[in-house]
Design a protein around this ligand. Structure first.
Ligand code: NOJ
Length: 569
């Protein structure tokens, strides 16, 4: 009896402490450096991610149709070093080996995407279903489940069938909503008995802004000030339609969840006492995360987007706002279409107010009236845009909690790159990045944010879009120069594995010993990689240089002989 009483008191006390802790996040407090030793809730899911175009390769085999990225990457000058995803990591052929790597890390889930044109080559379900493509994903999913790894499947990670771009203008056209819904229905029908976590779109901000506004990404259109808003409008409708299709036709039987993955930086006001900076930082996040999350959770675009774009469109003399409008029916149809929210997060910016008077150069960027700044002290080991600022992650997660009613969150992407130049498997900066970012996520969970899982980006080095292979995000290094695309573990593999096995962070001493061991192992892996690539070069010499020299010799001899014969005649 006494024991039960003590237990109940303990539980009540724990609950009170938890509630107090949940309300405790103080936005004005700049507590950024203390490390929190502790563990994640039981059942927390650890994973890694990739996407189809970035890793599969096999771009034109087994009946696959072309995607906008196949076409875009083959145009000269679009991608760094004119790289393409033609063979990439050869993931299409090596998925069984890759599942072995995941198993070794004891991953709970694997996030990957389905290539729409691989299973519907013309984009349309009514025209032709490519059974070989279906079989590839069937095998991948089954093999994951055999190894107790939960598949988290993204339906659209940017590789639209090229035919739909050419015929209809891609996401500029509202007809994509129905075509995407047909593609999603086919996936639910064929894979939904085994897949229980669906992500409709990956990072729609990027699809809209980089695909239709700046043109850095496929399809490479530069429709400044209108293209991105229109594409986003159709993407949001397509997401909602697919959620409803699942809800009405499949949910009862398959019992899965449908969400979306939104990527956002954190924006911190340059001066936290300056109201104009505070409002600019708010606009920064509303124009990025809020653009998609607010319709999905509340039915309409953020008020600040409607105000700013509306006012600027008016000043330009454009009749209606460049931001499209949802009808009342559409608003209620879109609102609440999210079983979980995927969050992709990599970096942070300082934000300050900056006026862009309306004129010729109107664009998504000038509509926001703000400037982004960075602290030169922030580490930036790889991609130009990626500064390591772990405390921004906790702030972003708390923002999601308060703005959207504490939704269930899966972190669908988080990680850091290195420049390709340095072939070093001892990636201590990545260990540090993971350690600090994952720790900030743990603090956010203690704040009461409902995070259920974490996905490291990426399992493998892969095709980093317009940067080609020049930026490496992988836990595993891929030797792209070798035909077989061998994988080598970086030190961060060991480190991440430890975090997974303990389900968190034990003590400073133990974590330092993890780091030491990881560095020891990677030094020998470095040697192996060097030896292998030397052999690889020698193979290239024997495969290409030797036959070429032989042919040249034969040709020269023939010419010489002809010359001799000619002289005798
Ligand atoms: C987000 C994208 O979804 C992913 O494909 C990309 O590799 C990472 N950002 C890193 O840039």
């Amino acid at each position: 009896m006494l024991q039960q009483c003590i237990l109940t008191t303990y539980h009540v006390l724990a609950l009170v402490l938890w509630v107090l802790a949940s309300e405790d996040f103080d936005w004005m407090k700049n507590e950024r450096t203390t490390f929190y030793y502790g563990t994640f809730p039981t059942g927390f899911s650890w994973g890694a991610g990739t996407s189809a175009y970035q890793t599969e390769g096999a771009w034109n085999v087994d009946g696959k149709g072309m995607s906008i990225w196949d076409i875009f990457s083959h145009k000269k000058g679009k991608i760094s070093s004119n790289d393409t995803g033609d063979s990439s990591c050869e993931g299409y052929y090596k998925f069984k080996d890759d599942i072995g790597l995941m198993k070794d890390m004891k991953l709970n889930h694997y996030r990957f995407s389905i290539s729409w044109p691989r299973i519907l080559p013309s984009g349309l379900k009514s025209e032709h279903i490519n059974e070989k493509g279906i079989k590839y994903y069937d095998d991948l999913i089954s093999k994951l489940l055999d190894n107790k790894i939960t598949p988290i499947v993204t339906l659209y990670h940017w590789d639209l069938p090229q035919v739909l771009q050419e015929k209809y203008g891609g996401w500029q056209n509202v007809t994509m909503v129905n075509y995407f819904n047909d593609f999603a229905s086919l996936c639910f029908e064929r894979f939904g008995n085994r897949v229980k976590h669906w992500v409709t779109f990956n990072n729609p901000w990027s699809i809209a802004v980089e695909g239709y506004e700046t043109g850095e990404h496929a399809p490479g259109l530069m429709l400044k000030g209108t293209g991105a808003y229109k594409a986003a409008h159709h993407i949001i409708k397509a997401h909602a339609k697919v959620w409803h299709t699942y809800d009405t036709q499949w949910r009862r039987k398959q019992k899965g969840l449908v969400g979306i993955s939104l990527t956002a930086d954190w924006g911190e006001p340059v001066d936290i006492t300056n109201q104009r900076d505070i409002e600019a930082a708010e606009r920064h996040i509303q124009f990025h995360l809020g653009w998609f999350a607010t319709p999905i959770f509340s039915g309409d675009y953020p008020q600040v987007m409607k105000d700013y774009i509306g006012r600027k469109s008016g000043q330009q003399g454009v009749g209606a706002s460049r931001l499209p409008v949802f009808s009342p029916q559409e608003k209620s149809y879109i609102k609440g279409t999210c079983d979980f929210l995927g969050i992709g997060h990599f970096t942070t910016r300082y934000i300050t107010q900056k006026n862009y008077p309306s004129g010729l150069e109107d664009s998504y960027f000038t509509d926001r009236d703000l400037a982004e700044l960075v602290d030169p002290q922030w580490p930036d080991p790889g991609s130009e845009w990626l500064y390591s600022v772990p405390w921004g992650f906790r702030r972003l997660l708390n923002f999601v909690k308060t703005q959207y009613g504490n939704p269930m969150i899966y972190v669908t992407e988080n990680g850091v790159s290195e420049k390709a130049l340095c072939t070093d498997l001892c990636d201590d900066w990545r260990m540090q990045y993971f350690k600090d970012y994952i720790n900030e996520m743990l603090k956010a969970i203690k704040d009461g944010v409902n995070v259920k899982g974490y996905t490291a980006w990426s399992l493998l080095d892969n095709f980093e879009w317009d940067e080609g292979y020049s930026e490496r995000f992988g836990l595993y290094y891929v030797d792209f120069r070798s035909k077989n695309k061998p994988r080598y573990p970086k030190a961060s593999v060991q480190y991440y594995k430890h975090i997974i096995s303990i389900n968190g962070f034990p003590s400073q001493r133990e974590m330092e010993s993890w780091k030491r061991k990881a560095i020891e192992t990677c030094s020998s892996s470095n040697q192996l990689l060097m030896a292998d690539s030397l052999i690889g070069h020698m193979e290239t010499v024997t495969e290409i240089v030797v036959p070429t020299v032989c042919i040249l010799c034969i040709l020269l001899s023939a010419v010489f002989l002809m010359f001799l014969l000619h002289r005798r005649i």
